[in-house]
Design a protein around this ligand. Structure first.
Ligand SMILES: Nc1ncnc2c1ncn2[C@@H]1O[C@H](COP(=O)(O)OP(=O)(O)OP(=O)(O)O)[C@@H](O)[C@H]1O
Ligand SMILES: [Mg+2]
Length: 242
């Protein structure tokens, strides 16, 4: 089985001379198909830098990155953009929806860019909104939706081109805890349906929704928890299975 993410020894250095910052310094991460992994770390530990490289928005200065078996660390901008579009769905802290479009049209948009027919785009967008529990808000514009609903629209949008990997950077950073919980439950359901997810956060409660937590410090992963006591406790307390 080919790993979705196979990153070894990634480095990324910003600036030059005395102001150099090694934002990544020997970052290693392997993510297998179907996993839900959280990358956790304090502010400045390199999470967003790692996300940008894992998401093919940036390339490392050194190390190797195989995305779904393809060596993307050596690709040029155009090729990288093509791989990114086909392989990765993004969810950001700010929902990045188009304000003058309805929820349904926002979700259709990436498919229209990818050349999917209008009819098929409508069908898939409707199903995606249903999956995030927002069928009843399809015609609403972002300003008519709560923050949590907007983020669920963004999650639906990230999935419609069936990406190999869903990358979410602080997806609940702008949400109250109840809305955050709903978004995380949607991510868990999507993962149970087979989608590979990497979630980046500084918040342990958010990370505890993942099956594995990789802890970052000073640009590298320093520890990995495979079972999270808090999540197991919560699951037991609510009668679920750990
Ligand atoms: N464009 C840049 N130029 C110079 N230094 C940068 C740049 N971007 C990030 N850095 C530095 O690289 C390090 C890692 O930054 P990064 O944004 O990846 O951290 P982060 O873990 O995402 O933090 P946060 O939780 O605050 O978002 C920090 O020391 C930061 O100051
Ligand atoms: Mg960041």
């Amino acid at each position: 089985m080919t790993a979705v993410i196979d990153a070894r020894g990634l480095t990324r250095i910003y600036g030059s001379g005395e102001s150099q910052v090694a934002a990544l310094a020997g970052f290693d991460l392997t993510v297998e198909p179907g996993e839900f992994v959280a990358v956790m770390g304090a502010s400045g530990s390199g999470k967003s830098t790692a996300m940008n490289i894992l998401g093919c928005l940036d390339v490392p200065d050194d190390g190797t990155y195989l995305l779904d078996g393809k060596n993307v660390g050596r690709m040029g901008a155009r090729q990288l953009a093509r791989v990114r579009g086909r392989t990765i769905g993004f969810v950001f802290q700010s929902f990045n929806l188009v304000s003058r479009m309805s929820a349904l049209r926002n979700v259709e948009l990436p498919m229209l860019y990818a050349g999917v027919s209008r009819r098929e785009a409508r069908r898939r967008a409707t199903a995606a909104l249903d999956m995030v529990g927002l069928s009843h808000r399809a015609t609403h514009r972002p300003s008519e939706l709560s923050g949590g609903q907007q983020q669920r629209v963004a999650v639906a949008r990230s999935l419609v081109n069936t990406p190999t990997l869903l990358l979410a950077d602080e997806p609940t950073g702008n949400l109250d805890s109840a809305s955050a919980e709903q978004v995380l439950e949607v991510l868990e359901a999507i993962n149970r349906a087979g989608r590979t997810i990497v979630l980046i956060t500084h918040d342990h409660d958010v990370a505890s929704h993942a099956g594995r937590i990789a802890h970052m410090r000073d640009g590298r992963i320093v520890a990995v928890d495979t079972r999270v006591p808090a999540a197991a406790g919560a699951a037991v307390a609510s009668g679920g299975t750990a």
